[in-house]
Design a protein around this ligand. Structure first.
Ligand code: ARG
Ligand code: ZN
Length: 860
């Protein structure tokens, strides 16, 4: 059932207050909910509530039994209701058999909830839409011994014991909120406590709940929370608004984390971290996700979305905020590159697929399918462009205005744009098309050089290829960071001053820049710091790219130049013209390594060869086998030709006792990237084994394992066995082990996967584990997934058919690589579509999977 953005109607009833009483029971939890309902406007419509998987027990209006109602699939229609009334509904639900992990579920001995987007309707009948904001009071009853901790949103206001061995706690949340921000938790945890004093001097209690015995792994997350709270005060003047802030880590969770008011629930992957069990990347992610959920308190909770088409209002903005925070806490360059990789590997692919949508989608079947890289990451890029166009201070003024206007409201992306517009003279109406146009714009750079006159013209033109959802595209307003150099590193200004502050605003189909007094063709350096989420078509040759690396001011441009150079080299291998990858190039790269040897951050990024997925985005109808082989051949040549400088660099990189500091992270990253290259040379086994044996931290252990995986010798299996023995009891580390196995390119990978699924610690009910095995395989095992006999696709499809009946949300994520068939050569396409068709033919597909599979098959 398709819902369209343009069909939005204000609710005909609203709810002001909710009083819930929840008696927890594994299979028959009793939820009694009393809601204060008000008719909106003049009409005599019945009250239609949403509900799913509920057993209705009783219904009263103003304490009088009411029988004039109908239950339909998904709804409860209550007829003959007054204009203002109190409605009490008692329902039973079954948390234990809730394997979709939406609504209230019991897993790993803990009750918890996930209500966004539309999970609250699995707890009780309600107006489950984000523009209905109510005050909630919740009383939880649970067994005292099994569930000593009973949590809900807001502040605890009363507690006591019942006669039957259960106890109860009442929670009150003073801030009106939509139902998707509702949460409750019951369990037996270790608790970490701290406090934070806000800028106005209020003391906030901070509580972090983790599984028993894991207390030591929670300190980093708690400290990160305090850093995020301080940062949001200093950067945006935003202060926390309740007396208590709670975070609970659970092992069974469909996504990363959830910003429920005052009671965040997290996938334990984004909370637990210790030196020996978490990598630097894990530490980074914990800090980023903790911050993300905290930042939602203002951008998402205090100001929320009117309807789900507006999701990017809170997600794009909050991702931008967490990116800025991470950049401040760690380093701007590596952060920017990380996000650009996500855009190029995943968002561009989504834009090119049947699921293409603008950051504000126009139509949706299953909302859960729209928590996408487009809404989140491209959404954040759009906010970043506001920031770039307006400048830091004006952006801040716009944010202040946005919060001031809309605190306590459910609003739209247009409201955000209007707030930004109110603080600037720049007309934002053209820019706003980024919200409605899907697809990845391409900026093409063409040059004209007149040697006699010493003139050079550089033309930037834009076009956006049509997408599955939209045929007609217009020119967008694109901030393009622009620099221009010659082969000696001189920088040039354009004659007419169209470039200001290093930016060209490309707001028409094309613009031409004129340069005079030039004595050689200039080199355009485009899109510094990835100033817009676009592809750039700028044909530079190898020596020009090396000059950009040498002389450009913007480190992102320098990194990107080498990425382009590698990509160009890989093309030579694809075309069997690898002789073009000549000594001059290897010498240039050797110079990169030697001159930047002390810049571990830059080198750690620059020595990474573009991933297969990134390479796909600049090619059409990819012959997977050929591209993968070409990439591998180039990697091998890279290692062979640069072995000496790489080895020298490796030996010089310090190995110090573990510390999570930016400097140490950079050095470790650089060292492990280099080890990955050396792994392709003859005498690497010793190095790898040594690092594995000596590592005092997970980053280096995993770095050694990945190097062993690349080296493809017997060492890999040997180390993996040791690793499994050591970490068998730690689910998060074990996920890394599962993931490494699943991404190994080997001929017998499918029987390996079958073995992994029979592993005693594998369970279809555990999303992290399913993602580690089946997800890693489908997304990242290029050779295995794309086996030319189609068996890789078939394997994933077989699994999805089972998984979909258990957890549709996770199934719909993992199907993504299959739905992106249009990227590949016809022989792959056909095999992929055969499997999609199998899914389609299966009568009982979930709405989640149905939407993605049917769209994908309908796309030409
Ligand atoms: N709001 C959450 C976050 O970004 C994610 C919720 C995802 N929900 C979903 N149904 N996929 O932090
Ligand atoms: Zn979010």
């Amino acid at each position: 059932q398709v819902k369209k953005r343009v069909d939005y109607r204000a609710p005909v009833f609203t709810i002001t207050d909710v009083n819930m009483d929840v008696r927890l029971h594994p299979t028959q939890t009793r939820v009694s909910s009393t809601i204060e309902v008000k008719r909106n406007g003049e009409h005599d419509l019945p009250l239609t509530l949403d509900g799913d998987h509920l057993t209705l027990v009783s219904l009263t209006i103003n304490d009088t039994p009411h029988t004039d109602y109908q239950e339909t699939p998904g709804q409860l229609v209550v007829n003959q209701v007054p204009d203002t009334f109190s409605l009490t509904i008692v329902t039973h639900i079954d948390p234990q058999h809730n394997q979709a992990l939406e609504g209230l579920y019991l897993s790993g001995g803990t009750y918890c909830t996930q209500c966004e987007a539309e999970g609250f309707r699995r707890i009780t009948y309600y107006l489950d839409r984000p523009d209905v904001l109510a005050r909630f009071q919740v009383t939880l009853h649970g067994d005292k011994d099994t569930y000593p901790t009973l949590l809900a949103n807001g502040n605890p206001i009363a507690r006591g014991n019942n006669d039957d061995g259960t106890h109860w706690v009442t929670w009150q949340d003073p801030h009106p909120k939509p139902a998707y921000l509702f949460a409750l938790v019951a369990g037996d945890f270790d608790l970490l406590e701290d406090t934070f004093t806000t800028m106005s001097g209020k003391q906030v209690k901070l509580e972090l709940y983790v599984d028993k015995g894991k207390q030591d792994k929670g300190h980093f997350a708690l400290a990160a929370l305090k850093r995020a709270m301080l940062w949001d005060e200093q950067t945006f003047g935003l202060e926390y608004d309740l007396d208590i802030y709670m975070i609970v880590a659970v092992d069974f969770f469909n996504m990363g984390a959830m910003e429920n008011k005052g009671l965040n629930i997290f996938n334990s992957k984004f909370v637990l971290a210790s030196q020996d069990s978490a990598t630097d990347e894990d530490f980074f992610n914990v800090e980023a996700v903790i911050a993300h959920e905290y930042f939602h308190n203002w951008t998402g909770n205090r100001v929320t979305c009117r309807d789900w088409f507006q999701l990017s209002l809170k997600e794009g903005l909050t991702v931008f905020r967490d990116q800025q925070f991470s950049a401040d806490m760690t380093s701007p360059l590596s952060n920017r590159i990380k996000h650009v990789r996500v855009m190029r590997e995943h968002q561009f692919a989504e834009d090119a697929s049947a699921m293409s949508h603008p950051i504000r989608p126009e139509e949706v079947i299953e909302m859960n399918n729209f928590y996408t890289v487009t809404v989140y990451d491209k959404g954040a890029e759009v906010i970043r462009m506001f920031h770039t166009i307006l400048g830091e201070q004006t952006f801040r003024a716009g944010m202040d205005e946005y919060i001031k206007r809309h605190d306590g409201q459910a609003v739209t992306c247009d409201d955000f744009i209007a707030a930004m517009q109110s603080v600037t003279d720049i007309d934002l109406s053209h820019f706003a098309l980024w919200y409605s146009q899907s697809g990845t714009p391409v900026i093409e750079v063409t040059t004209q050089y007149d040697a006699d006159k010493g003139l050079m013209d550089i033309t930037l033109s834009q076009h956006t290829p049509k997408t599955a959802d939209q045929n007609d595209k217009v020119s967008l307003y694109i901030p393009v960071a622009f620099d221009c150099i010659d082969s000696q590193g001189q920088h040039y200004q354009d004659d007419d001053g169209q470039i200001s502050n290093g930016m060209l605003m490309l707001d028409t189909a094309a613009k031409t820049l004129h340069f005079s007094n030039v004595s050689e063709p200039l080199i355009p350096v485009i899109l510094g710091n990835f100033s817009a989420p676009v592809k750039v078509d700028n044909e530079l040759n190898a020596s020009q790219l090396l000059a950009v690396f040498k002389y450009a001011h913007d480190n992102f441009n320098r990194w990107d130049a080498l990425q382009s150079l590698y990509s160009w080299c890989i093309v030579q291998y694809e075309k069997n013209t690898e002789n073009n990858v000549d000594n001059q190039i290897w010498q240039g790269l050797e110079q990169v390594i030697t001159t930047e040897a002390d810049n571990h951050e830059l080198l750690g990024e620059c020595l990474v060869i573009p991933s297969f997925e990134t390479l796909c985005q600049t090619r059409k109808l990819v012959d997977v086998g050929a591209l993968n082989r070409a990439r591998e051949a180039f990697c091998k040549a890279f290692a062979d030709n640069l072995q000496q400088p790489l080895q020298t660099l490796f030996d010089k990189l310090p190995v110090n006792p573990y510390q999570y500091s930016q400097q140490a992270v950079n050095a470790r990253r650089c060292r492990n990237v280099v080890l990955g290259h050396l792994a392709r040379t003859a005498d690497a086994q010793g190095l790898i084994e040594q690092q594995f044996a000596n590592a005092d931290n997970m980053t280096d252990s995993l770095g050694a394992l990945k190097a062993a995986q690349i080296s493809a010798g017997p060492l890999f299996d040997k180390l993996m066995t040791q690793f499994e023995e050591r970490w068998n009891q730690d689910p998060l580390v074990l996920d890394k082990w599962f993931g490494l196995h699943a991404t190994t390119e080997r001929d017998d990978i499918l029987s390996q996967l079958t073995l992994l699924q029979q592993h005693p610690r594998f369970a279809m009910g555990n999303p992290n584990r399913v993602r580690a095995v089946v997800g890693s395989f489908a997304f990242f095992n290029t050779a295995g997934f794309h086996r030319t006999d189609g068996s890789g696709y078939q394997f994933v499809t077989d699994y999805l058919l089972e998984l979909d009946a258990v957890n549709p949300q996770v199934a719909a994520r993992i199907v993504t690589p299959l739905t992106q068939w249009q990227n590949y050569a016809p022989q792959y396409q056909n095999l992929m579509k055969t499997q999609l068709q199998r899914l389609m033919n299966h009568g009982k597909l979930s709405g989640d999977l149905y939407e993605k599979v049917s769209k994908s098959l309908a796309y030409d």
